[in-house]
Design a protein around this ligand. Sequence first.
Ligand SMILES: [Zn+2]
Length: 408
Amino acid sequence: MRLLRQGVAARRQQDPGPGGPYAVRHDHRRAARPGRRGRRLRQRRHRLHGRGGRRRYRSRRREGRGGRRVKAARFHEFGGADKLVVEDVPVPSPEPDQVVVRIAASALNHLDVDIREGVSRFPFELPHTPGIELVGEITEKGSAVGDEWRVGDRVMPYLLATCGSCRYCRTGRESLCLTPVFAGGGYAEYTAVLARQLVRLPEGLDDVDAAATQIAFATAWHMMFTRGKLQAGETVMINSVGSGVGSAAVQLAEYAGAFVIGNASTEEKLDRAKGLGMHEGIDYTKEDVPERVRELTGGMGADMVIEYVGGDSFQFGLDSLAKDGRMVTCGAHAREVVDFDVIPFFRQQHTVIGSFVFNRDEVEKVLDLAGRGLIRPAVHKTFPLDEAREAMETMESRAHFGKLVLVP
Ligand SMILES: [Zn+2]
């Protein structure tokens, strides 16, 4: 599987597409050439990082803060969990448009594993401190950060460092930004983030729950409501309800008034999901999923399938759809290239919808719901920063239900 992923990644590197997640690398290359587009990018980088652009930005970050050192778990080369080491690093200093955050909790995601293995298809420089989902407190502000943010504010950065100026950013569709960057830095005691990425935490939500909320719930929200347009009274089937996104999707679908069917590999995971609002569960290791979905829906099938597993799940998801049903997909860890039976797809007028991360206002919505206690992030276990490697190994074992969270 990994070989396949690397093969696909290698092809992508030879032929980066015109947009999407590859735009970062693509634009840097173009920026090196003369021309209007390159000049515009240099001007933007100049605005972001001051004279000298990215080079100065990096060197200033290395200098740190008066020699004070803090802990970060990072890797110097791509590979297995053993590449992750906890090291002393300088406290980051903020650029004019950044704040420094003392991290209180940082959730793990499967993307962290892909990034560490070097198969994420996103460009990263080494050494890299993973961690894309953190919460904490502002300890220092850059000179250009306004009064809307104060030292001591409890915040989380929105997942992507977006440009803030492309047509998608300007219309609240940051998940489509032309030059998005996964900043990382969460497996640490401190990190620096762009002030315009910040989202304020509601008072009723503690740090660990907040860290476990953003990616799982906002991803599920984006898939079901923004992309899939789920309606009350519809039937939704959620693949692998034991995952962070799965357990979030169960709660949001139930909250929205849908009939919720979920599948998982163990009775224990199905029981946990029932506790979160799932109405019917299917053990996909023992039962035929499409057949069981039809039994549960009077022969009709599901109006919507939430899928992010890939491999066999993609096909049994499609086979579980009612006529005119739609399947929303946002991942493929089990297998990225799948067979696709075209005949039932067009005869039953199915739709497959792609979904990528989420927008900023969706994060604010799910944080608000979590702060009011209307949704509950499933946290499997917390780990101290020194055990970041064990936390990653637990994530890779897939034996957990819900999120794993580092507490530096
Ligand atoms: Zn943008």
